[in-house]
Write a protein that binds this ligand. Structure first.
Ligand code: PMP
Length: 407
């Protein structure tokens, strides 16, 4: 029985994530996977969460085992408003400017539902977070991509493109620009302060809404923390997304959307139709966790762990990849990824079979392009493998590159 002939346009257009397909092979014990951007489970505060979970099920059961409001847990909101002030220096977020979402992935979906139509234009960075592309694609917008440079998006390119669209009378079709300014997934770069300011100036000029996605911002290893776009431009210009996935645990599935109250109201109505509310249980667990533990302090050992892994990966790349003429990689100031670009002539999808045979896995750059164009780049996540496996994995990758280069 096939149901293909009755599928909707959205249903017909669905594609399985190339990342999930490729990483099916990476599960064997001999495999070294630099694939998924999943946090190291050793960073999860499991004992504290277990204790709180038991308590809130037994004592707060009339809340935690019941339906909740779409807006989310008010106790969690109190904690999050404090946390937002601490990490971004934004003191004036009101309750009606905050919506909890089922991971920030749901916020991306909500943004697409409330802003994008078929003839809408949506600006993204290139390369772009695949999950955002998948969420936005459901509304069939026209994508415009802005190349990423070592210090963030090429704002000059963006300015020219917006000027052209304005001249063609299409500027009103641009619904928002999506950016990951800190420790980009997958490109691992961070947008400089100068570019942040320039981006806001351009978006002010053309009245473009910015969707700032910052799940990695708290995972900084070095350099100075830079102001968020939201802090610089406020809710009239920016919607800010954050998530507990990389700084507490992804299993809670808690994300947050901060923005103008009118946008939050629309997003709340859309969420009502999607899932009624986020799980009350995990929101209350998170609320009690934040009441009793200082997340910023608790995160420090995790940041050290990732810093160690990142340093190990960069050292291994310096040792094994320096001989590959034209290869380059970003040494990120935070986050979970290193973006490696090989010289012309390499195709990291084509190379994947060789890598598979040597039991080392990465995400080919092609996965992060809208049109699935061949790429000489790959994303390496250093978060999951232990340090000695990172060294071995990079050594295997060097062999993969050497063998592919000879073929
Ligand atoms: N945005 C970016 C840039 C991400 O990398 C991720 C997860 N990898 C998400 C959003 C979604 O995260 P979650 O739904 O777990 O909050």
């Amino acid at each position: 029985m096939s149901f293909e002939d009755r599928l909707s346009e959205v249903g017909l257009n669905l594609r399985s994530s190339i990342i999930r397909e490729l990483l099916k092979f990476a599960a064997s014990p001999e495999a070294i996977s630099f694939g998924g951007g999943v946090p190291d489970p050793n960073t999860f505060p499991r004992h504290q969460l277990a204790e709180i979970a038991k308590e809130v099920v037994e004592q707060d059961y009339s809340y935690t085992l019941q339906y909740g409001t779409t807006e989310g847990d008010d106790l969690l909101a109190v904690q999050i408003i404090k946390l937002l002030n601490r990490i971004y220096g934004i003191a004036d977020v009101q309750r009606d400017q905050l919506l909890f979402t089922t991971g920030s992935q749901q916020a991306l979906d909500l943004m697409a539902r409330i802003f994008l139509d078929k003839d809408s234009i949506c600006f993204l960075e290139f390369p772009a977070y695949l999950g955002a592309v998948s969420a936005f694609r459901m509304s069939f917008p026209r994508f415009e991509t802005v190349p990423l440079e070592d210090d963030g998006m090429d704002v000059g390119y963006l300015e020219n493109r917006l000027r052209e669209l304005d001249a063609k009378g299409e500027i009103k079709k641009v619904k928002f620009l999506y950016t990951v300014p800190n420790f980009h997934n997958p490109a691992s770069v961070t947008m400089s302060l100068e570019k942040r300011k320039k981006l806001i100036e351009i978006c002010d000029r053309y009245d473009i809404l910015i969707l700032e996605d910052d799940p990695y911002g708290m995972l900084r290893f070095s350099g100075e923390r830079l102001p968020s776009l939201y802090k610089l431009a406020g809710p009239d210009r920016v919607v800010l997304l954050n998530s507990f996935s990389k700084v507490l645990t992804p299993g809670l599935r808690i994300g947050m959307m901060v923005g103008h109250s009118s946008i939050i109201r629309r997003a709340t109505m859309a969420k009502q139709a999607m899932d009624l509310c986020c799980p009350t249980l995990t929101q209350r667990i998170a609320a009690r966790y934040l009441e009793r533990h200082d997340l910023v302090e608790q995160l420090k050992p995790g940041i050290e762990l990732y810093r160690g892994k990142k340093d190990t990966m960069i050292r291994a790349l310096n040792e094994h990849f320096s001989e590959i003429k034209g290869a380059k990689w970003v040494d990120p100031e935070g986050g979970l990824f290193v973006w490696v670009t090989l010289p012309q002539g390499f195709d990291t999808i084509g190379m994947f079979d060789v890598a598979k045979a040597k039991n080392v896995y990465y995400i080919p750059g092609e996965a992060f392009s809208i049109e699935k164009t061949p790429s000489t780049s790959m994303r390496l996540s250093f978060c999951l493998p232990p340090e000695e496996r990172i060294v071995e994995g990079v050594r295997r990758l060097k062999d993969v590159i050497a063998q592919y280069g000879r073929e």
